[in-house]
Design a binder for this molecule. Structure first.
Ligand SMILES: [Zn+2]
Length: 412
């Protein structure tokens, strides 16, 4: 991609509407633009990050045996009335009527819909277990949408639902999803904790949240230094670790990006969703559900990793991994070399800053957008060398021209 062609309208100043750093930087880096309160358009750089997060999620869920589906956004009220959530959800549910005065909502979550599919299509224990997921736009009419894509009214989620004949089978899949989420967040490069949580409006039994650690996080987390135990402030019952006697819990802050639930039979009993067990008896499905906020994941990466100059993307979800910057766009030798290196690298992950203008301006944009690797072609070219600068560590290396492509590819 050439920078002169890339639609990334960067801003020099902090936008007044933004309260937190991820929101400010996503606006300033030209990743997103606001359409209405809590409703954002994704521009090319924003979409690329969202797609990279989605691809990691998809790869790991497929590997874990889940199957991708795609459910409607427009959901008939009848199913929501079966579980009582049409009333319980209150004003956060976006409600619409069609021309025949039939009531619908814009889905904030899909337990009712997936349970309806299961009861109509799964008859026997032999068809179990099954885990179905989707990556899709969700809606929630937040009373006070804020923090950009962190707490918006329209947002991208991965939601998965599993169906089981036995409690043991649910436990096994819950552990499978627990491990899968760890692989996803490890691949992205997060520092995070898994905390015991309150299930809230989802109901059911045990649940855990995946919290990205960040000083700016909106939630308090309590954790034990001796073991892996961690708990959210809503679910905390004691100041001490329940596993390590007498050990008091430490406090930190985090951003919730994932939540896994053991739902049990809450939805299947409410909706009379049953299968036939090996004795030919009707039994309600035992269910689990597993969510990841895709937009939140991108925003949390920025909250966890940024500096005064801009975003410091983890390599795995950077919109582009490499930017090539000729120091003087009017120097023909530098431009020829820049184009040659660009030609030798993977165009999918490389931006060539071919714009006229000062080096300082180009480097400012590069740091704001957060390319992990800057390749700067400047005065050292006369000595046969090119500079590589790493966004995260600030480390600078002078590399011989003949080794530059190999050196960059080793860093990817
Ligand atoms: Zn402990």
């Amino acid at each position: 991609m050439k920078m002169s062609h890339l639609f990334a309208p960067t801003l020099r100043e902090d936008p007044g509407e933004a309260e937190i750093v991820s929101h400010k930087l996503m606006l300033r880096a030209g990743m997103i633009r606001k359409l209405a309160a809590g409703v954002y358009s994704l521009l090319p750089l924003g979409l690329r990050v969202i797609q990279k997060v989605s691809n990691i999620i998809r790869e790991e869920l497929n590997r874990a045996g889940a199957q991708e589906i795609f459910l409607p956004v427009l959901l008939p009220s009848e199913l929501w009335k079966e579980t009582g959530r049409w009333d319980v959800y209150g004003k956060e549910l976006f409600r619409v009527k069609d021309r025949h005065d039939r009531e619908f909502c814009l889905g904030p979550t899909h337990e009712e819909i997936i349970t309806d599919i299961a009861r109509n299509n799964i008859r026997s224990y032999k068809q179990l277990p099954i885990n179905l997921y989707q990556i899709q736009t969700k809606f929630r009419d937040e009373i006070r949408p804020r923090f950009g894509v962190m707490r918006s009214r329209e947002f991208m989620m991965k939601d998965a639902y599993s169906f089981h004949a036995t409690e043991e089978c649910l436990q096994k899949e819950y552990k499978n999803m627990y491990d899968t989420y760890c692989r996803i967040f490890d691949r992205i490069g997060f520092k995070y904790k898994v905390v015991n949580a309150d299930s809230g409006i989802m109901g059911g039994g045990f649940s855990q949240e995946y919290m990205v650690l960040a000083d700016t996080g909106e939630e308090e987390i309590f954790y034990c230094e001796e073991c892996a135990y961690a708990v959210s402030s809503e679910a905390k019952k004691s100041d001490n670790c329940p596993k390590c006697e007498g050990k008091s819990l430490n406090k930190t802050r985090g951003i919730e990006i994932g939540h896994i639930f053991q739902l049990g039979t809450k939805y299947s009993e409410g909706m009379k969703a049953t299968y036939l067990d090996e004795n030919n008896e009707e039994k309600p499905f035992i269910m689990g559900c597993y969510g990841i906020g895709v937009g939140r994941t991108a925003a949390a990466a920025i909250e966890q990793s940024h500096d005064k100059d801009g975003i410091i993307w983890p390599m795995a979800i950077a919109p582009y991994k490499v930017v090539i910057v000729p120091a003087n766009s009017e120097d023909p030798e530098q431009m020829v070399m820049a184009k040659k290196i660009y030609g030798d690298l993977n165009h999918e992950e490389t931006v060539l800053d071919d714009r006229p203008g000062r080096l300082g301006m180009k480097l400012k944009d590069a740091d704001l957008i957060g390319f992990p690797i800057k390749v700067i072609i400047g005065k050292a070219l006369k000595d046969g060398k090119i500079e590589i600068k790493l966004r995260k560590s600030g480390e600078v290396k002078l590399v011989e021209i003949g080794k530059i492509v190999e050196e960059i590819n080793d860093l990817l």
